[in-house]
Design a protein around this ligand. Structure first.
Ligand code: NAD
Ligand code: ZN
Length: 252
């Protein structure tokens, strides 16, 4: 059941706001068939992401790391944006979304048509050689013989995503910090807000005086503390409805 009252409140808040930033997480891509870390189903029930997705596993046990990575690559490369991604693209197009800070590594915000996307945890669309730095699109590496190696020097390759044990790329961190501290409304969509430093972005926005609103079927540690309210529902359903209402108000 859609929370009509909360959706109407969110539509009003979006109309009033002048600089809106979204923080998105794995929940955003569930309707695209990519499982979240903490929800049911998907590869995370087979592989502990903090173990298989740790940089030291990739360095010292690449065969093990690539078992999970190859499954993830296959899942992500065939996924398509869902109605939630398209609604955010529309929001940017109508001048109501300044930027997206995403924790997702699936690249689906770009595919949907958003231009201002900060990939906080990098992405799985390309891989780079850990020895010589040679970068190729992920579709160009063969996953039949694992672990894959560099076409130039045969060195070990790594997807261009941030692994557990690695730092956030400084540029993404600085840009996200700037966006969070200067927006007047932050939409926190489909994230459990447990992974730091991404989860500090709503706190930064809140402390700088912005309103924070969550879209998520379940409460998070931000609920009732940092966020003013939560629209309970799937990101696809809620965002589609919000954007439809905004556009019909614009034309009326
Ligand atoms: P998470 O798995 O910790 O949390 C997912 C959140 O989505 C939960 O709060 C859940 O209640 C909510 N959710 C469930 N169904 C939803 C729906 N239909 N619509 C909206 N929300 C829904 O994910 P996280 O907070 O993003 O953090 C985990 C890390 O997982 C991130 O760093 C990210 O890099 C990585 N990850 C990315 C992908 C991807 O790229 N698609 C997939 C899995 C994990
Ligand atoms: Zn190389």
């Amino acid at each position: 059941m859609l929370q009509e009252k909360d959706i109407a409140r969110l539509v009003q808040d979006i109309q009033k706001a002048t600089s809106i930033v979204a923080l998105t997480g794995a929940g955003m891509s569930i309707e695209s068939g990519i499982a979240s870390f903490r929800g049911p189903g998907g590869l995370w029930e087979k592989y502990d992401p903090e173990e298989y997705g740790h940089i030291n596993t990739l360095r010292y046990e690449p065969d093990k790391a690539w078992i999970m990575l190859s499954e993830m690559q296959r899942e992500i490369l065939k996924a398509k944006p869902n109605r939630g991604h398209y609604a955010l693209a529309e929001l940017e197009k109508i001048g109501k979304l300044r930027a997206i800070i995403t924790q997702n590594v699936d690249g689906l915000h770009h595919v949907a048509g958003n231009h201002q996307v900060i990939e906080f945890h990098g992405n799985l669309q390309s891989v780079s050689c850990m020895d010589c730095g040679y970068q190729v699109p992920s579709v160009e590496i063969s996953l039949d013989c694992l672990p894959p190696s560099c076409a130039k020097c045969s060195g070990p390759v790594k997807p261009d995503a941030v692994f557990f044990g690695e730092a956030i790329p400084p540029e993404a961190l600085t840009r996200s910090h700037n966006e969070a501290s200067t927006c007047d409304l932050m939409l926190v969509i489909g994230t459990s807000a447990l992974v730091y430093p991404a989860a500090s972005m709503p706190e930064i926005a809140h402390d700088a005086g912005a309103s924070v609103v969550e879209i998520n079927p379940s409460a998070t540690p931000l609920t009732g503390r940092i966020s003013s309210y939560i629209v309970k529902g799937s990101s696809g359903e809620v965002l589609e409805s919000v954007v439809q209402q905004l556009k019909s108000l614009e034309t009326s």
